[in-house]
Design a protein around this ligand. Structure first.
Ligand code: HH2
Length: 279
C-alpha cells in the first residue's frame, strides 16, 4: 500500500507506454526502454510510477483493453517485482483489475469512476484511487468546453464520486481527487481551477495535480498563436507545481522527476513546520 508523505507532495513519475502521448509518445513503447526510464525516475526521486498504455491527449482515440494491457502488463510486472510502487493510468476496469492482480497499488482513472465496473473494482480492493474530472471524452473534450462555474462543477463531481467510494467502504485517505487540468478545459478554466486548489485541499481528500508540460503552459508563456513547444515547458511546469505545493497538494504527476523533486525539497525545507496533511 502506498502511504503519502506527510511533509511534502509525493512525486508520481509518468511512464507512457504509448505511440502517441502528447509529450513523449513512442519513446517508451519498447518494454526495456520503458523499464529503464521508470527505474531512472525512481533513482531521481519518484515515490511511485504511473504506468499508462492509452494516450488521453485531446483527440486521442480509445485503445481496446487487450491492446492496452499488452503495452503495460510486462513493464508493470517487472516494476512490482523490483519493489517499485506502481499506479495504473487507465479508464478500463479490465486493465485496472489485471494491474491490481499484478501488485499495482493505485488506480488512476481519468474518467473519475464514471464506469460502475471501475467503481465496484476499486471499492473491493485495498488500493488507492485517483478520481479525475474530465468534461466529455478525450476525442472531443477540447471542442468548446463550457461550464456555468468550472470550480463549482468540478468540485461537485469530485465530491459526489469520492463520497460514493467512501460510502462503499473506501477509507477517505485512499481516495484522491484531481481537477483534471487540460481535460475539457480552456486556459482560463485551468487558471480558475489552479487558483482554487485550496478549496479542493479543504475537502480533506488528498489532491493530485497533473500539469506537467501541458499546453496551457505553452500558451501562457509563448502566446496563443505561438505556444512554447513541449520541450520548453519545464520552468512553467515547476512554477505551477510550487504554487500547488504551497496550497497543500499531496501528489504531483510529472514527467521531469529530478527537477520536480529538487523543487519539492526546497519548498519542504522552507516550510519545515508542517504540511497540510490530515491523514
Ligand atoms: N494527465 C494525463 C494523463 N493522466 N492522470 C491524472 N490523474 N491527472 C492528469 O492530469 C493526467 C492523468 C495527460 O498526460 P500524459 O500522460 O503525459 O499524456 P497522454 O495522455 O497523451 O499519454
Amino acid at each position: 500500500m502506498f502511504r503519502l508523505p506527510a511533509d511534502r507532495p509525493a512525486v508520481m513519475g509518468v511512464l507512457n507506454v504509448t505511440p502517441d502521448s502528447f509529450s513523449d509518445g513512442g519513446a517508451f513503447l519498447d518494454s526495456s526502454a520503458a523499464l529503464d526510464h521508470a527505474l531512472r525516475m525512481v533513482d531521481e526521486g519518484a515515490d511511485l510510477v504511473d504506468v499508462g498504455g492509452e494516450s488521453t491527449r485531446p483527440g486521442a482515440a480509445e485503445v481496446p483493453a487487450d491492446e492496452e494491457w499488452s503495452r503495460v502488463g510486462k513493464v508493470l510486472e517487472s516494476l512490482v517485482r523490483r519493489g517499485v510502487l506502481v499506479s495504473v493510468d487507465t479508464r478500463k476496469a479490465e486493465v485496472a483489475r489485471r494491474a491490481l492482480d499484478c501488485g499495482a497499488c493505485v488506480v488512476n482513472d481519468v474518467s473519475g469512476l464514471r464506469d460502475p465496473a471501475m467503481m465496484d473494482l476499486v471499492c473491493s480492493r485495498p488500493c488507492a484511487v485517483c478520481i479525475m474530472h474530465m468534461q466529455g471524452e478525450p476525442a472531443t473534450m477540447q471542442i468548446q468546453p463550457h461550464y456555468r462555474d468550472v470550480v463549482e462543477e468540478v468540485l461537485e463531481f469530485l465530491l459526489r464520486q469520492a463520497s460514493e467510494a467512501v460510502r462503499r467502504g473506501k477509507p477517505s485517505p485512499e481516495v484522491w481527487i484531481d481537477p483534471g487540468i487540460g481535460f475539457g478545459k480552456t486556459t482560463e478554466h485551468n487558471r480558475a481551477l489552479l487558483r482554487s486548489l485550496d478549496r479542493l485541499v479543504r475537502t480533506g481528500y488528498p489532491v493530485l495535480l497533473g500539469v506537467s508540460r501541458k499546453s496551457f503552459i505553452g500558451r501562457v508563456l509563448g502566446g496563443e498563436a505561438t505556444p512554447l513547444p513541449v520541450e520548453d515547458r519545464l520552468e512553467g511546469t515547476l512554477a505551477v507545481q510550487v504554487w500547488a505545493q504551497l496550497q497543500g497538494v499531496r501528489v504531483l504527476r510529472v514527467h521531469d522527476v529530478l527537477a520536480t523533486r529538487r523543487c519539492v525539497e526546497m519548498v519542504r525545507w522552507l516550510r519545515a513546520d508542517g504540511y497540510p496533511a490530515r491523514d
